[in-house]
Design a protein around this ligand. Structure first.
Ligand code: PLP
Length: 404
């Protein structure tokens, strides 16, 4: 098998598996218990919190553990909008909420700014806000998937309560100018959330320097366990908890902690912090090689997203379109040869709907249909890349020959 779907999930490090297994075995204490056997679990969870804080550039007590990127995004968008609204109501009481089973907005509509290329975890949370009475402004990207800071600036009004724009796109790999969005948000006193699921553990992040108030991350995207994630919440911001109960995570996210997952994610974070720069160099060189090899052997190949030589693209992302080829047919034929890749986001797949991301950056339906996402990791080798390029080119030629 050649695994080229690392944007969907990554292989856990051996050390992560060891750490998870340890917590499932003899170190099974409940971190909330008061006897000394539980101290080990409590201090392991704290160590993981420190490792995640290092990746985000935050303090450890600003990191909350969640079940993954989806929960973090839901909590940030809903909680952030409600927090922003409560701040607005302090200065402008005409913004009001009725508490009739659910909070519904009446009076002037508070406004939220996002983009059209967010992950469904954000997009669908936005739809819920809209159902509750918020106005949602969804900004268009340019043809490379970039959201313009001036568009963000122009969308801000005295009704804006939250800006939520992803750090990097999970399909086409474009890295957004989140430092500029953060600056705009801070200048206007608006909360800024970024979905950093594709970048945490891969790209340098400094929540303080970048003026980020809320940040979502996911453990399984950087060789940690699935079902683990974080939400960074800047000190001083009080979001309504999404999950209530026994008051774990400082009252923010109740439920006995997923100690094996958290500890495993902490080990992955520790490795990521140490190896990030060299990994990025290695992975981007492999990605460039893959593109070169495929382009040498195949005509009619288009690169989607930013060009490879800019710093605005995830190191492991190669998103291509092949003229005259259906991406889904190519995917199936590559799967039969043991090559794992994707036509879009694994988390949002199902059905044959064209990708909302490709549809937002490109008007050419053939190019949208003919797209393939190859996403690499540090575990890929040059020989795998050469073999994959050869087989992709063969399958593209085959599919073109049968559709003629
Ligand atoms: N946000 C982005 C950008 C993603 O790529 C993903 C998953 O692919 C998610 C959110 C959801 O993360 P999780 O799988 O941890 O729920």
């Amino acid at each position: 098998m050649i695994y080229l779907d690392n944007a969907a999930t990554t292989m856990p490090y051996g050390k992560v598996v060891e750490a998870v297994t340890g917590c499932l075995g003899e170190d099974y204490g409940n971190p909330s218990a008061s006897y000394s056997f539980a101290h080990e679990a409590r201090s392991s969870v704290w160590k993981a919190r420190e490792a995640l804080a290092l990746l985000a550039g935050s303090d450890a007590d600003e990191i909350y553990f969640t079940s993954g990127g989806t929960e973090s995004d839901n909590t940030a968008v809903y909680g952030g909008a409600m927090y922003g609204l409560s701040k607005l109501r302090n200065t402008a009481p005409s913004f009001s909420i009725t508490h009739d089973r659910h909070p519904y907005i009446c009076g002037p509509k508070p406004s939220v700014i996002t983009s059209k290329i967010e992950h469904p975890a954000v997009l669908n949370s936005m739809t819920r806000l809209e159902d509750m009475g918020f106005e949602v402004i969804r900004l268009d990207p340019d043809s490379e998937g970039r959201i313009s800071p001036s568009d963000v600036s122009n969308a801000v009004s005295d009704r804006t309560v939250l800006i939520s724009i992803m750090h990097a796109n999970n399909e086409i790999g474009t890295i957004e100018d989140i430092a500029s969005f953060g600056r705009i948000a801070r200048e206007h006193g608006i909360l800024f959330h970024t979905d950093a699921v594709q970048t945490l553990g891969h790209e340098h992040i400094d929540v303080k320097e970048m003026n980020i108030d809320l940040l979502s991350g996911s453990g399984h995207k950087f060789h940690g366990p699935k079902g683990t994630g974080i939400l960074y919440v800047r000190r001083g911001i009080r979001l309504d908890p999404f999950i209530v109960g026994g008051g774990q995570e400082n009252g923010f996210r109740s439920g006995t902690e997923n100690v094996p997952g958290i500890v495993g994610m902490g080990v992955a974070a520790d490795i990521a912090a140490r190896c990030m720069d060299s990994d990025r160099q290695y992975i981007s060189a492999l990605r460039d090689r893959l593109f070169k090899r495929i382009s040498e052997k195949t005509a009619g190949v288009f690169l989607n997203g930013c060009s490879l030589d800019t710093g605005n693209r995830l190191a492991g992302n190669l998103h291509l379109s092949f003229s005259g080829v259906e991406g889904t047919s190519l995917l199936i034929r590559l799967d039969m040869r043991g090559i794992c890749c994707s036509t879009g986001s694994a988390c949002s797949q199902g059905g044959d709907r064209p990708s909302h991301v490709m549809s937002a950056v490109c008007k050419d339906s053939e190019r949208i249909r003919g797209s393939l996402r190859l996403s690499l990791s540090k575990f890929n080798t040059e020989s795998e890349i050469d073999a994959a390029a050869e087989q992709i080119s063969e399958e593209v030629s085959f599919l073109r020959s049968v559709s003629d």
